[in-house]
Design a protein around this ligand. Structure first.
Ligand code: SAM
Length: 190
């Protein structure tokens, strides 16, 4: 057990340079955070933040999220954050999007029942694809925002990409989606 305690574990997948995971860990000392990033050249920037200001409740993993189920046990994770995931605009690359049905099944395999996914993007095509993917994969949509920066009650913590896009005047789309006990009653949108 890497954290040495029973506190819930929240993942950020594609944590980039780590601003979000580091700020969340400071803000929520009773939660353990793991930032997942596939590129060495990016994750070293996140690591530098933790070296400069060590925190007990944050760890980083340099892996491709496609292999999540080989790393984590069933029910080990309590929550997933997907912030400004790569949009992979070509239809032939849709399976690589971190909100594709294939990835949602991987998250389901390691998440506790009824866990939530928090998703933010500046990219409208990825936002609409993700909405359809959540619903068609049997998740319940709890909250949608067409600009989460206008909703103070979300207590938003900004990421590096988010600061860049919102400073350029772009709205930040937000979805909170929750896995259901069973997805037998799933809706279909197309
Ligand atoms: N979340 C950060 C932010 O908002 O500032 C970084 C956003 S950046 C556009 C997307 C990041 O996700 C990149 O650093 C990329 O390497 C990482 N990424 C993309 N696909 C991934 C995967 N399958 N597994 C792990 N990381 C991934």
């Amino acid at each position: 057990m890497v954290f040495g305690n029973d506190k819930p574990i929240y993942l950020e997948i594609g944590c980039g340079k780590g601003k979000f995971i580091f700020e969340m860990a400071k803000k929520h000392p009773n939660i353990n955070f793991i930032g997942i990033e596939k590129f060495d050249s990016v994750i070293v920037r996140a690591l530098q933040k933790i070296v400069n200001e060590p925190l007990d409740n944050v760890r980083l993993l340099r892996i491709d999220a496609a292999f999540l189920t080989s790393i984590f046990a069933i029910n080990e994770i309590s929550c997933v954050y997907l912030n400004f995931s790569d949009p992979w605009p070509k239809p032939s690359h849709a399976r690589r999007r971190l909100t594709s049905p294939q990835y949602l099944e991987r998250y389901r395999a390691v998440l506790q029942p009824l866990s939530s996914i928090f998703f933010k993007t500046d990219n409208f095509p990825l936002f609409s694809f993700s909405m359809m993917s959540f619903v068609n994969s049997g998740l319940k949509i709890n909250h949608i925002s067409l600009d989460c920066h206008r909703e103070q009650e979300l207590n938003n913590v900004e990421t590096e990409f988010e600061t860049r896009f919102s400073t350029a005047g772009k709205p930040i789309y937000y979805i909170k989606a929750q896995y259901k006990e069973s997805n037998d009653d799933k809706a279909i949108i197309s």
